[in-house]
Structure formats: structure tokens, C-alpha cells
Write a protein that binds this ligand. Structure first.
Ligand code: NAP
Length: 270
């Protein structure tokens, strides 16, 4: 487990004007106790750490000097070998409430990869455990896809609607995945009074980082039209969201910042 010795001032993570507000009570408690120990670094739990998105987030959190706790299935622990000695791994199913309770203890932030795998409410069980056991005031950042809608105002392409319409029943029939369970997971997050952000990913690709993706509140907005994001940048957006209070209670739909639609509409944002 890595700790950064005394070099990170509290204000680096929580600007003074925000740290003074009541909303930060829980975060202040857990963080300040580590300041007193002279070992302050943001403590972050990554739920689903062994997947592709999870491993990018682990690396980026370590790059920022954060203390990292990773949760992953027992059979996947080996995928985290490259981080051996630098992170703490809590093995177990991510919907196991005991596992999550142990993993999120004292964390300032929790990054959660929501996956609709299987037909046993894996995603909603994972989300519920994180909502129930994360310390009060912790920043909670969840990943999902564009098909999740918060307010019903998203406008979906024919292609995406077809994928959901076909993949939904086929996934359930083959017991491979349950898209509705990811919908239920997000419904619970949206209804909670925790400090959540739900990051909705476009289609993903591998490749070098292009920088922080751009985002919009609604799928269908022209800036998102390119519908592609580098997975490493999806991770970047998740990790950066931990420190971005403007994203609390938002469900940003993201797209790569160098995609044609992002470039074409970036000027509209300025
Ligand atoms: N793929 C896309 O095109 C896409 C598009 C938009 C949004 N997203 C979102 O991006 C996030 C990451 O997705 P990803 O596709 O890039 O995959 P990923 O990062 O590789 O994550 C897959 C996750 O699913 C877990 N998993 C695999 N099989 C499982 C099983 N049978 N039971 C339980 N868990 C299982 C993996 O755990 P192990 O390491 O233990 O196998 C891993 O944590 C998700 O929230 C997804 O909704 C993906």
C-alpha cells in the first residue's frame, strides 16, 4: 500500500471554500485523521479494478499519489500483478456487501465500474453496497453506457436503440448480461443523497490518451455525435471527477475531445 509522506496539503484536494461547507463533513473527518498522521493522500477505492477501465483508473490514481484499494473477483486478482506492492487488493464479488464494506472504509472517493454481467442483479447489488457503506461525504463516481438516461431527455440513434432492443433480451436469455440491471443500479444512484456522479461512456476504443473527454447532459447533443472515446480517457474523466464538484449529481455523457464532433462544437461551449 502506498502512502505519500506529508507533501500533499489538504487544500490540494479540497479547495478551502468547499472544505468549509457542511457537505464535506464526512470527507474532512477521514482525510483530516490522515493529515494528523502526516500521511495525507486521497484514499480511493476502485470497484472492478481488474477490468480494462479499472486498470487504467488504478494507474491514473497512483500517478496522482492516491492510496488505492482495488476490489475484484478472486479469479482476476492476477490481472492486478503489475501493481503489486503499490495497491491493496480486496478480492471478492463486487456485489458482496461484506467485501465492499471492508474496501470502502475510510475512503475519500469510490470509483465504480458498473457491469450488467449475469442475471443476478450484479450491477444493482454493487451500486447498493457502495451507496450503503461509503463514508458520508465521499465522492462516488460510477461508470455506465449512454443507454442510461437520467431524465428521459436523451435522444438515441436508431443504431443504439436497436442494440439495446436486441442485446437486452438476448443477454438475458443467454444469462450473459442484464442491461436492465444496470438501469436499476443507476436509478438507485440517482435517487441517493450521496455525492455521486454517473459517467456515461460512448463507444470505446483503445489508444493513447487524447486528454479529458468533453461531455454533455444529453445524448443526442451535437457535440457527442462522433460517439467514440478512448478507454484511457474514460478512466481519466472518472478519476478527475473525484475532484470536480461541478459534476456532483450530474450524469455526463462523454466523447473524446479530439473527435470531429467535439472539435466542431467546442467553440459553442466557450
Ligand atoms: N465496452 C464498451 O464499448 C462500453 C461502452 C460504453 C460504456 N461502457 C462502460 O464502461 C465500463 C467498462 O466496460 P468495459 O466494456 O470497458 O469492460 P472492462 O473495463 O473490461 O470491465 C469489465 C468488468 O466486468 C467484470 N466481469 C467480467 N465478467 C464478469 C462476470 N461474469 N461477472 C461479474 N463481473 C464480470 C470484469 O471483472 P474481471 O476483471 O473480474 O473479469 C470487469 O470488472 C462499464 O461500466 C460499461 O458499462 C463500455
Amino acid at each position: 500500500m502506498q502512502k505519500v509522506e506529508g507533501s500533499s496539503p489538504f487544500s490540494r484536494f479540497f479547495p478551502l471554500n468547499q472544505a468549509g461547507s457542511g457537505d464535506f463533513e464526512g470527507v474532512r473527518t477521514s482525510a483530516s485523521s490522515r493529515i494528523q498522521e502526516g500521511t495525507f493522500a486521497m484514499k480511493v477505492c476502485i470497484v472492478g479494478a481488474s477490468g480494462k477501465l479499472g486498470r487504467y483508473m488504478v494507474q491514473q490514481a497512483l500517478d496522482r499519489g492516491y492510496e488505492v484499494i482495488g476490489v475484484c473477483r478472486e479469479q482476476s486478482v492476477g490481472k492486478l500483478d503489475p501493481f503489486k506492492g503499490r495497491i491493496t487488493v480486496v478480492p471478492g464479488a463486487t456485489d458482496n456487501r461484506t467485501v465492499i464494506e471492508r474496501a470502502v472504509e475510510g475512503c475519500d472517493g469510490v470509483l465504480v465500474v458498473l457491469v450488467p454481467r449475469g442475471v443476478h442483479h450484479y450491477a444493482s447489488g454493487t451500486a447498493q453496497a457502495v451507496l450503503d457503506y461509503s463514508p458520508p461525504g465521499a465522492r462516488l463516481v460510477f461508470s455506465c453506457g449512454w443507454h442510461i438516461t437520467r431524465d428521459g431527455q436523451d435522444v438515441y440513434s436508431w443504431r443504439l436503440r436497436t442494440i439495446v432492443r436486441v442485446f437486452g433480451p438476448v443477454g438475458r436469455l443467454t444469462r450473459f448480461a442484464d442491461l436492465d440491471d444496470q438501469v436499476e443500479a443507476c436509478r438507485r444512484v440517482f435517487a441517493s443523497d450521496t455525492r455521486w456522479t454517473v459517467v456515461r461512456g460512448s463507444d470505446l476504443e483503445e489508444g493513447e490518451s487524447q486528454g479529458l473527454p468533453v461531455w454533455s447532459r444529453h445524448v443526442g447533443d451535437p457535440i457527442l455525435e462522433s460517439n467514440i472515446t478512448r478507454r484511457v480517457d474514460f478512466a481519466l474523466f472518472m478519476v478527475e471527477a473525484l475532484r470536480n464538484d461541478a459534476l456532483v449529481h450530474e450524469a455526463p455523457a462523454i466523447v473524446g475531445r479530439k473527435t470531429p464532433s467535439a472539435l466542431a462544437h467546442a467553440a459553442d461551449r466557450e
